[in-house]
Design a protein around this ligand. Structure first.
Ligand SMILES: CC(C)(COP(=O)(O)OP(=O)(O)OC[C@H]1O[C@@H](n2cnc3c(N)ncnc32)[C@H](O)[C@@H]1OP(=O)(O)O)[C@@H](O)C(=O)NCCC(=O)NCCS
Length: 255
């Protein structure tokens, strides 16, 4: 598998697609000691299955890109917890970011550009009003206040995935409070996305955003450093690790 310099690939996998215990055992065998220990500490079978699937997705996809056995890949973590590949000396290194939520794992892969991804299920709707003060900026809260319940919740989830994808692309995650950054969503879908207030202290960079839905009820946001030529093609692929993949969408315009 190749990843061209301007491309962003998004791979997603669902625990619901995999009912085979032997396959999960195979996925588990790809993980290193740290991953296995992290997985063992998780409460509940559903969380452990999603963790194993997510990390198998990372290892099989990146292993394929690099021509390396999935189990041979080694990862480091930044002080904010962002994983990165060790042992790669390429001039156009593979960059990736993972998110998992409610049975779904999504992985964004690109070259040489900062990247962040987030996924949230609309089925597990948060109580929006309780979260507003910590999650959204004043401008975002004022925007939400203009809309009735359904669009209000849709907007909340979209602001949320954008913020998380952006803060993950910056590599800081929620060490920067999400209310300290601010987006502006124009329209009611497709949305026009503007990063109105970047993270305090962030380096000046041009970011590009795409949002789309997968597996019926999941909203995904991808944030990629735009670079000189902008953010190229985005391809979204549904897959079962070690089994194959289906291209769900290419040339996604997103919004
Ligand atoms: C990044 C963060 C927002 C993810 O939150 P989440 O909603 O629980 O999880 P998501 O499903 O969106 O993403 C999880 C994945 O993001 C990646 N990730 C973790 N920290 C990251 C960071 N700082 N930047 C980018 N990606 C990160 C990891 O791959 C993680 O999955 P894994 O732990 O299974 O490998 C949250 O973990 C965070 O705020 N971390 C930073 C806080 C910090 O500074 N911690 C310091 C101690 S490590």
């Amino acid at each position: 598998m190749t990843v061209d310099d301007d491309d962003v690939q998004v791979w997603f996998a669902q625990t619901a697609d995999i009912n085979d215990a032997a396959r999960f055992a195979r996925y588990e065998s790809l993980l290193d000691r740290t991953e296995k220990a992290t997985c063992d500490r998780l409460a509940g079978d559903a969380h452990r299955r999603l963790y194993v699937l997510s990390h198998a997705l990372v290892r099989t996809t990146l292993g394929d890109c690099l021509g390396v056995e999935p189990s041979a890949l080694r990862f480091g973590r930044t002080r904010h917890g962002r994983p990165y590949l060790l042992d790669t000396a390429s001039s156009a290194p593979i960059m990736f970011n993972l998110a998992h939520s409610d049975g779904v794992a999504v992985l964004a892969v690109t070259r040489s550009r900062a990247i962040g991804i987030d996924v949230e299920s609309s089925r597990r709707l948060p109580c929006v009003d309780d979260l507003l003060p910590v999650a959204l900026s004043g401008d975002e809260r004022r925007d939400l206040a203009q809309y009735a319940s359904e669009e209000r919740t849709r907007r909340f989830i979209r602001y949320w995935v954008l913020k998380e994808a952006y803060l993950k692309a910056e590599g800081v995650g929620f060490s920067t409070p999400p209310a300290d950054v601010s987006f502006l969503l124009g329209g009611t879908g497709p949305y026009h996305i503007v990063l109105a207030r970047p993270a305090p202290g962030a380096l000046p960079r041009t970011w590009s955003f795409r949002m789309f839905e997968i597996a019926n009820d999941y909203c995904v946001a991808v944030c990629a450093e735009a670079g000189a030529k902008g953010f190229g093609r985005l391809e979204v692929r549904r897959c079962v690790p070690l089994e194959g993949n289906a291209v769900v969408a290419t040339e996604l315009r997103g919004y």
